[in-house]
Design a protein around this ligand. Sequence first.
Ligand SMILES: [Mn+2]
Length: 231
Amino acid sequence: MRKKIALISDIHGNLPALQAVLADIAQRNIHTIYCLGDIVGKGPSSPECLSLCREACQLILAGNWELLLAQGSASWWGRQLGRETLQSFHYLPRQHSFMLGGKHILLYHGRPLTPLVEPYGSLESKEAIFSHFSEENPDWIGYGDTHRSYIQALSGKVLFNTGSVGNSLGIPMACYTILEETLYGPSVETIYLPYDREQAIALGFAADLPFADGYAQELRTGQYFNRRNGS
Ligand SMILES: [Mn+2]
């Protein structure tokens, strides 16, 4: 059977979105799930999302939110997770490489290893990602962090973004990516799924989530209400 891997990223404590994505992955009979980080923060259900990801994923990489919270500064999200969990984030791997369909694929979250690279960013910013990993010399690089999915060819290389499960920008649906081995190389497919967005918003208000109004707006519109709230 050809190998299939589901890539999920930027769940951000959105439990209904994560549940919808995991159900969709199971329905497709995909048994390998890699998570590219930012499971926690922003949304109301970080601990629940972390437990689900630890059960479902063969690999969890560190995102900028895990690494920020691991520094231990007091925050609503840090208090939810507790000190031991925050400490455990220090040990998450930052990147992962493997072969699929004859290509060397490297996955990482985005920040803090490289600056935020948006789909509409310059070619230089994208080539800089490959330069950052020049020692490994991957053919393909996949990352999260921007909350916007895309795929781009760069002089024989491929750069793609997994999109965001729980805080998707542009298209306000739960987003993830499927990599599949084919006869000719790897294929990449982006999935956008509807989920119970209003349930996620209600969970935020019920939990007294900071910026709950802005969070509701972001989930409904797919646009940041305030850049300071971070990604
Ligand atoms: Mn994020």
